[in-house]
Design a protein around this ligand. Structure first.
Ligand SMILES: O=C(O)CCC(=O)C(=O)O
Ligand SMILES: [Fe+2]
Length: 316
């Protein structure tokens, strides 16, 4: 018998407008099977994405000194710059081979979440950074809302179920740079981990390296077509759905020898609920075979805090 390799289907988000139910079944089915989905026609403009890549590259090319001026030690890495070799995956022995920049939601002065969602910091250069990433953040928000409405349908909830949960949510846009790696580097670019948030929307995974740990225990390379978005389930959605939708372990491995001299860039948007959203197991995801694994609900804010301590981004 031929051994067929598992493959993540490529879905079109544009198809949702005509047939939301079919899109929801396909998207939710991919989430349930892999914890991952690949979506093209996601509605984020290609011109905006290209501007964002150019600015990302220009920022990381700035002198180390200048970048470190935007590092906020003790700030939990929530905003601004986090230098190379700072973050460590939960339980890992090597630090990750990456530097990154975090952009959060712009809140109006005096907003009720202002005490738990830090204000953004912006670099003096490159020019246009702030405007572009505020625009990209909003585009990710829009795509995220559509994808979450599909998740809601798949779970048998009202299509707008997540709207209030994520309104003014604590989402983070991460600009990631993995510099070229040495031929003998023993580490991986990003150690095996699960994301903390509800869902992650990722651009840039065309450059090889991203792998998910499939249910048979084998690593499966994620290879989106050019410009497509990779979306994955985070721990908050796994917890909310009582593991019906799995937060799948993933990592970024070092490239083959011929690509080791190249940087890898990616842009994950970690879509978070509002800080006061209560992560309480959905009744429809509890059954005799799958009893409630989390009888104690927890707010999104408390859950995030626990997890950031674990990955070394904030002190207890
Ligand atoms: O760079 C990638 O492709 C994935 C990054 C990732 O998994 C993360 O930052 O959580
Ligand atoms: Fe991740």
């Amino acid at each position: 018998m031929l051994d067929t390799l598992a493959e993540i289907p490529v879905l079109s988000l544009a198809a949702q407008a005509n047939d939301p139910e079919s899109f929801a079944q396909a998207f939710g089915g991919s989430f349930q099977r892999f914890g991952f989905a690949v979506v093209r026609d996601h509605g984020v403009s290609q011109a905006l994405i290209e501007r964002a890549w150019a600015l990302t590259k220009a920022f990381f090319e700035l002198p180390e000194e200048e970048k470190r001026g935007y590092f906020l030690p003790g700030g939990g890495g929530a905003r601004g710059y986090t230098p190379f070799k700072t973050e460590i995956a939960k339980g890992a022995t090597h630090v990750d081979l990456k530097e990154f920049w975090h952009i959060g939601r712009e809140l109006a002065a005096g907003h009720r979440f202002g005490d738990v969602m830090a204000p953004n910091v912006w670099p003096a250069q490159p020019e246009g950074f702030r405007e572009t990433f505020i625009e990209l953040f909003a585009a990710f928000d829009t795509a995220g809302d559509k994808l979450l409405s599909a998740v809601a349908r798949y779970l048998g909830l009202a299509p707008d179920w997540f709207d209030t949960a994520v309104k003014d949510g604590n989402s983070v846009l991460r600009l990631l740079h993995y510099p070229p790696v040495a031929a003998n580097a023993p580490e991986v670019r990003a150690g095996a981990h699960e994301d903390i948030n509800l869902i992650t929307l990722l651009l840039g995974a065309e450059e090889a390296g991203l792998e998910l740990l499939d249910r048979d225990g084998k690593w499966l390379a994620v290879k989106p077509p050019e410009g497509a978005m990779v979306i994955n389930v985070g721990d908050m959605l796994q917890r909310l759905t009582n593991h019906v939708l799995p937060s799948t372990t993933h990592r970024v491995v070092n490239p083959p020898a011929e690509r080791r001299g190249h940087s890898r860039y990616s842009m994950p948007f970690f879509l978070h609920p509002a800080p006061d959203f209560l992560i309480k197991t959905l009744p429809g995801c509890i059954s005799a075979e799958n009893p409630n694994r989390y009888p104690e609900p927890i707010t999104a804010h408390d859950y995030l805090h626990e997890r950031l301590v674990e990955i070394g981004l904030i002190k207890k």
